[in-house]
Every structure is written in C-alpha cells, then in structure tokens.
Design a protein around this ligand. Structure first.
Ligand code: GTP
Ligand code: MN
Ligand code: MN
Length: 358
C-alpha cells in the first residue's frame, strides 16, 4: 500500500515540550518553507505570525511520517489557516522549489490551480506543474526583450502615445529575473485611466496570455494632492500575468541539451504547432503626475526601496511611496518629474538603477 493509505491518525500534544522532536525528521520540505516564512515575518516585525509558522513547522517535525495530503493533518494542533494554505500549495505541486512557492504565495497565488483559466479541458494538474516548472526557470534578458516588444505593441495599439518602461531587476541591469516588470503611463493625465483591461484584451485576443489577474487603481486624489495610502502597498492599476511566450529556436536547443529529452518531448506535447513557455509578467499603469515615484518604486531592489523609505522617514521626516513624497514638516507633497528630483528632495546623491542592486 502507498504510505498515505497506511498513515494512522497521530495524536499529538499541543505543547512542543510535551512531545519528542528529532533533529532529522520526515517533512523538511515543508518545514523549511514554513521556517522561511517565519523568518520573513520576523523581519517584517510580525512576531505573532512568525511564532505561528514556527509552531506549525514544529508539529510537522514531530510527525512519524511524510505528509502526503491534507488528510494527514486532520486533528493536529497549532496548524493555523495561513500555515495550512502554505502546506496545501506545497503538497499539491510535486517538485516546486520552496523559494518559488513562497514567492507565489506572497504574490497572491494560493494554489497551483489558481493558474488554470476556468473552462479549460486539459489535464489541469499536469498543466499547472508545467507552468510551475517553466516559472522556476529564470527569465533571460533576451526573453525580456521579446516580451518588451510585445507589450510595446499591445499598449501602442490601444493607446497611441503611451510610454512603456521596463522596470524591476532588468532595469537594474540583471541578466535574469523571476519575472518581467513594466510601468506604463501617458503624458496626458487621465488618458491612462482604465487602460489595463484594454491592454489585457488585446494580448488575450492574440493568444498571448495564459493567466491574468487585474487589480483596479484604488488611489484617490484629493484636491491638495494624492491622498496618503494606508500602507506601503501601492494602489496602481496592476496586472499579475503569465505570458505564453514563443520559444526561440536557439533556446529550444539550449533546453534540449540541458534537460533530459523527456522534457523536450513534454514541451512539444502541450502545444499545437509551436513551442512556448510560461513567463511571469507584471504590468503597472501610473498617472503621469506620479510616474517618477512609480518608476523609482518599481525599479527596486526591494531592500533599496525599504531603505529609501526608512531614510525618508527617519532622517528627513518625509513619507515616500510609489505615488508621492510627503514632507511632514512642511505639511505638503513634494512634486517630482524625474527620479533625480526625488533623490534631491530626499537630500541624497542620485544613484542610477544599475547601482540599486542592494
Ligand atoms: P526579479 O524579478 O527576481 O528579477 O527581481 P525584481 O527586483 O524585479 O523583483 P520584483 O519583480 O518582485 O519587484 C520589482 C520591484 O517592484 C521591486 O522594487 C519591488 O519592491 C516592487 N514591487 C513589487 N510588488 C510591488 C507592490 O505590490 N507594490 C509596490 N509599491 N512595489 C512592488
Ligand atoms: Mn521583477
Ligand atoms: Mn515583479
């Protein structure tokens, strides 16, 4: 019988000091992930969440067997909703790297099946794993350039005169990334409103999208300037998407030699007439008046951004977001038309994107 069939229900005490926890155990794949999340919560000073993740991990360490399904977790103590969702996402997809699972979870995907467009007849689970594998493969600069051309074409088709910039890691000069990030605006304030659904429709009509989730702009302007956002999360119209990217001949050969031949065969099976792969793409639309702040905020690195905000708050009594810069002493917003101006407002020497890889 398979192990999951003979797994007995485990009675587990709720305090770690009431049970035995060996150093070597059966669930490191899950506990490593939970502990990364615990550490992450600790860094963002969420003590409660951090302890909750550690408690869940600790319960899994004390189990005498490998967790193979959610059924194995019935009646176990200390497994909060959040931890259960992480475990579910991880047990559902065999072979997903822990870092990827964590990142996807943060980006809003709760299960690999979230990726599958509804109403599709293919083998969903198998397809989800294919996507996961693709998305575990770094995006090259060459692929980013191909996607740039596509996005450029899409945006210009639905809004002539729009400006599209590559942001994120590729703007900082990285050779590979986990996704490709774009920021879009138009010099005529207001022309960018409700632009995302048009872009998405255009891309979808061309068969270029495997998945997309658009979030509407929720940032309201008051007459004195933009309202202050409640948190660091920005409120731009944003699209979390997965592109269906045609593979370049040279890349297919590179893949065929680096993977075993089974993978290449798999790649050919799932398409009709062409070879493609899944690539994560982030699209963000910003009003022109906030474009400099959005550009700075979406170029990264994440640590560079965090440090910029800390500098602004602690050293300058200012509050920086991807929308605006607020000066608490003067009680007003400081306008800027370029990243250079923002650095100047902050009393910082200008640092170009290629030097923001903190
Ligand atoms: P790779 O994609 O791994 O190459 O790195 P990256 O630096 O491009 O990271 P990522 O695509 O995750 O993010 C790019 C930039 O966008 C970073 O500076 C993030 O801080 C920023 N970013 C990502 N998501 C959000 C968000 O929801 N709000 C805001 N304001 N910024 C975000
Ligand atoms: Mn990126
Ligand atoms: Mn991104």
């Amino acid at each position: 019988p398979k192990p999951s069939e003979i797994t007995p229900a485990v009675r587990m005490k709720s305090y770690a000091c009431q049970r035995r926890t060996p150093l070597k155990h059966h669930n490191s794949f899950l506990t490593d992930a939970l502990e990364i999340l615990a550490q992450n919560a600790e860094f963002s000073e969420n003590e409660g969440r951090s302890v909750a993740f550690r408690r869940s991990a600790s319960v899994l360490k004390a189990l005498p067997h490998v967790v193979r399904s959610m059924d194995n977790l019935k009646d176990l103590p200390c497994l909060g909703e959040h931890s259960l969702r992480v475990i579910k996402a991880l047990t559902n997809v065999f072979g997903v790297g822990v870092r990827t699972a964590d990142r996807w979870f943060r980006e809003g995907l709760r299960s690999p099946l979230d990726l599958i467009p509804t109403g599709q007849k293919l083998n969903h689970a198998q397809q989800a794993v294919e996507y996961y594998n693709d998305l575990n493969t770094p995006v090259t600069k060459k692929e980013a350039m191909v996607i740039s051309d596509i996005v450029d074409k899409a945006v210009k088709a639905v809004l002539p005169g729009a400006i599209i910039t590559l942001s994120g890691g590729f703007r900082r000069g990285k050779e590979v990334g986990h996704d490709v990030d774009f920021l879009i605006t138009h010099p005529e304030e207001g022309a960018e409103e409700r632009l995302m659904p048009k872009i998405v429709n255009w891309l979808d009509d061309q068969g270029l999208l495997l998945y997309q989730k658009t979030t509407r702009n929720s940032y309201l302007e008051s007459k004195d300037g933009p309202a202050r956002p409640a948190s660091n999360m920005d409120r731009f119209e944003r699209c979390f998407s997965i592109f269906k990217l045609e593979q370049l001949d040279s890349d297919i050969h590179a893949k065929a030699s680096s993977y075993n031949s089974g993978k290449t065969a798999g790649m050919e099976e799932r398409h009709t007439g062409s070879i493609w792969r899944a690539v994560r793409v982030d699209l963000v639309v910003s009003p022109y008046s906030q474009f400099a702040f959005a550009t700075l905020g979406w170029t990264g690195s994440k640590l560079f951004e965090r440090e910029l905000r800390r500098w602004a708050g602690q050293e300058k009594g200012m509050s920086l977001s991807s929308h605006a810069l607020y000066d608490s002493k003067q009680q007003r917003y400081l306008r800027a038309n370029s990243e250079e101006e923002i650095f100047a407002h902050l009393g910082l020497e200008y640092i170009p994107p290629s030097e923001r890889n903190a």
